[in-house]
Ligand binder design. Structure first.
Ligand code: DOR
Ligand code: ZN
Length: 428
């Protein structure tokens, strides 16, 4: 099927492209990008005033399938993804069973294919059963299409096991994603440790719980010559550690979530349990450092950490509610409002952080509009104003503190593998 996208602002950071042009898609692939294309197509889309870009890639999504399908399924997360302009999501392995074998990885990709919405990239576990003891079979995972491994949700306690995992990952060229948290320092904490936690009488999680493990894992990655990616970085010192490591040529990359860029520990005064996330929302000074880190290239990626939870689990006292908030449907708008509107990034830089860089870091052959590539394309209306309602969203869960917020920018069209899955903002 031929699709012709006419007159949009075509942004493809991988090719250094930001120009008004037409894009022709045929048979699931990008065929041509040129000033004017006159081809007969089954579908012609007028993209005037819109941005045409490679589909967004989320490096950090929690699906809850297999194991907790009542909370979120591959299908409901994939629906939320495409609604939010994502054409690929990376499925974190803290599921039941966790993705620690070839069969478990293939289950995810097969289920995703049946939904025919977003692509799903399984993230394998670093250790078998995510128990932090025995290293998983990376070679077997790699063979099943797994591009990265993580025990996300937990850090690996033992430095020695982390070192060996990195050596193995380096051998098979697998990306290691680090959830950096020293559990002995964060134990019992429910929010950022500081003035606000004292005022609110809530137990704190110090920044050092994160910084120490970022430092450790970067040092071990250097030792093992592995590629390490720091998940959901949240502290100013963490940004500084990554910046220094990059200067030394260590193969480190980092991601930040839209919520860590938007909300601070001060917001927790409402005791809204949707603000309970791990790592915790930090201080306004940390937010500033995260934005500067994005701007200067220290932080490569914006990733959601979409973490669905049931309403009755979140309707508890702050101390007892689970960590996490959903984010697939709000990530683009929050990033536009927090970064483009505030002058930290321009559109090409934002597309780079949400598509080209995730693809490059994962060594995934998407995140580009190069002719011959699979046609994962989004058409974004950069001016679209809308109000977010978590209840009316596509995710099965509604644990978001952003309900009722005025948003700017939305996916107008989403094309995955040459198939239109969102048309005029609606899932087809
Ligand atoms: O807030 C979080 N929720 N952080 C994590 O690392 C895990 C996630 C979850 O799975 O709920
Ligand atoms: Zn995590």
């Amino acid at each position: 099927m031929k699709i012709l996208i006419k007159g949009g602002r075509v942004i493809d950071p991988g090719q250094g492209m930001d120009t008004k042009a037409d894009v022709l898609i045929d048979n699931g692939k990008i065929v041509e990008i040129k000033g004017k294309i006159s081809a007969k197509a089954q579908e012609t889309i007028n993209a005037s005033g819109k941005i045409v870009a490679p589909g967004l890639i989320d490096m950090h999504t929690h699906l809850r399938e297999p194991g907790r399908e009542e909370v979120e399924t591959i299908k409901t997360a994939a629906r939320a993804a495409v609604k939010g302009a994502f054409t690929t999501i990376s499925a974190m392995p803290n599921t039941d069973p966790p993705c620690d074998s070839r069969a478990n990885a293939l289950f995810l990709t097969e289920q995703a294919k049946k939904c025919a919405l977003a692509n799903v990239l399984p993230v394998g576990t670093i250790t078998k059963g995510r128990k932090g003891k025995e290293i998983a079979e990376f070679f077997e995972l790699k063979d099943a299409g797994v591009l990265s491994v993580s025990d996300d949700g937990d850090s690996i306690k033992e430095a020695e096991i982390t070192r060996r995992a990195m050596e193995y990952a380096s051998m098979v060229d697998m990306l290691v994603i680090s959830h950096a948290e020293d559990a002995s320092l964060s134990a019992g904490g429910v929010m950022n440790e500081g003035f606000t936690s004292s005022v609110l009488g809530l137990a704190g999680i110090p920044s050092e719980a994160e910084n120490i493990v970022i430092e450790r894992d970067i040092r071990l990655a250097k030792l093992a010559d592995a590629r390490i990616h720091i998940a959901h970085i949240s502290t100013a010192e963490g940004v500084e550690i990554v910046r220094d490591a990059k200067k030394k040529g260590i193969k480190v990359t980092a991601e930040v979530t839209p919520h860590h860029l938007t909300l601070s520990d001060r917001d927790v005064k409402t005791f809204d349990t949707n603000l309970k996330v791990n790592p915790p929302l930090r201080t306004p000074e940390d937010i500033k450092a995260l934005k500067v880190g994005l701007k200067d290239g220290t932080i490569d990626v914006i990733a959601t950490d979409h973490a669905p939870h049931l309403e009755n689990e979140k309707e508890k006292e702050f101390d007892y509610a689970p960590f996490g908030m959903i984010g697939l449907e709000t990530a683009l708008s929050l990033s536009v409002m927090g970064l483009i509107s505030e002058g930290y990034l321009d559109w090409p830089e934002l597309i780079q952080k949400m598509s080209s860089n995730p693809a490059r870091i994962l060594k995934y052959d998407r995140g580009t509009l190069k002719p011959g590539s699979p046609a994962d394309v989004v058409i974004i209306d950069p001016e679209k104003k809308w109000t977010y309602s978590a209840k009316l969203g596509q995710s099965k869960a509604s644990n978001s503190p952003f309900s009722g917020r005025e948003m700017i920018a939305a996916a107008n069209y989403v094309i995955v593998g040459g198939k239109v899955v969102v048309k005029n903002g609606q899932i087809t």
